[in-house]
Design a protein. Structure first.
Length: 341
């Protein structure tokens, strides 16, 4: 999934690594797995300057481009930045284009499986044995926290924005509502989509991208009068070109629902998982996030021994890490640069 570039996107060549079969924690296997990614900067002689950027649900390797550049948190002159596409986003192997396991024949995967695939890419393809940092927002931040817990290779720093260590019941309810929007479209036949669910995506947009991902204050500031709200939102929808394939969203949202860093590969729970994280971490969230409540982010920060919580002073809710607001971008670049320094 890769729509038209936004103003802050950085044009870099897509790369794709063939990793063979990817074993999942469920015992299933993704056949002929290929991992999509893009890189910025160069790996130093000691192979010690690699930073992994993890993407959010529906996102791609451009998701955190606003952090990259001279004078920003991630200067390619200093860091070797690897921006990865998560399983199921339409670029890395996904239900939408798998030849061997298409659509609903694709096995369900987890956030941990995304991390496992990323670790294989980093070690087997890029030859990196230690990461200077792992950074992500929303589902990308969930991956960063899973990296902190599992540490398939050592990680020196962890940055997780708008991301809890376990998905809340509220977030699951939002995902279920948006899945229901898609499945209410006539293109859903009870098992799979027979075409693009145009009407379903429109309803999905209003729930996921407006009601859940913004805040009352954010919406209030974007409109002049109550009578103009519908017209304003219709304009937002018309400009939304980065729609992903419907099966891909279902699978990524199921992985989102199941996220809990305490869950072990044997199906049990390890309540001390976060307390054993040794890497310094910074967890950031706005006061009001209607998708991933900030209380879950604060809870995770309190459980990690060498972590701190930073409130993002934004009225844009979950969208504060989207790169769309200059003040939010400046704040995130400043705080993350300070942490990495």
């Amino acid at each position: 999934m890769h729509g038209p570039p936004l103003r802050w996107h950085i044009d870099r060549p897509h790369q794709c690594a063939s990793l063979g079969d990817l074993a999942l924690e469920s015992g299933d296997v993704i056949r002929d797995f290929r991992h999509s990614y893009a890189t910025h900067g160069k790996l130093d002689a000691a192979r010690s300057n690699a930073v992994l950027l993890c993407s959010a649900i529906t996102g791609n390797h451009h998701r955190l481009d606003y952090l990259i550049g001279s004078g920003r948190a991630l200067d390619p002159g200093r860091w070797f930045i690897v921006a990865v596409d998560p399983i199921g986003n339409g670029l890395t192997t996904s239900p939408s284009f798998s030849a061997l396991q298409p659509r609903m024949d694709f096995p369900r995967f987890s956030i941990r499986d995304m991390v496992t695939a990323q670790a294989r890419l980093v070690k087997e393809v890029l030859g990196v044995r230690r990461l200077a940092a792992v950074i992500g927002a929303s589902m990308g931040g969930m991956q960063a926290l899973q990296w902190a817990v599992d540490a398939p290779i050592p990680v020196d720093r962890v940055v997780a924005m708008t991301a809890p260590a376990r998905t809340s019941a509220w977030s699951v309810a939002v995902n279920e509502a948006t899945r229901s929007c898609l499945m209410a479209d006539p293109a859903w036949n009870g098992r799979e989509f027979t075409g693009d669910p145009e009407r379903g995506w429109r309803a999905w947009f209003y729930v996921q991208r407006v009601l859940a991902s913004r805040s009352p204050e954010s919406l209030e500031s974007a409109t002049v009068a109550t009578a103009e709200v519908a017209q304003e939102l219709a304009g937002w929808h018309a400009g939304w070109e980065s729609r992903m394939e419907a099966h891909d969203f279902l699978y990524q949202s199921w992985a989102y629902d199941r996220h809990d860093v305490r869950r072990t590969v044997t199906g049990g729970y390890d309540d001390d998982a976060l307390r054993r994280v040794s890497a310094p971490a910074i967890l950031l969230a706005p006061a009001l996030d209607l998708y991933n409540p900030a209380s879950g982010v604060r809870e995770a920060a309190a459980a990690i021994p060498n972590a701190r919580f930073v409130e993002i002073p934004s009225s844009h809710g979950h969208q504060c890490t989207s790169g769309s607001d200059p003040a939010d971008v400046d704040f995130l670049n400043t705080r993350i640069a300070e942490f990495l320094a």
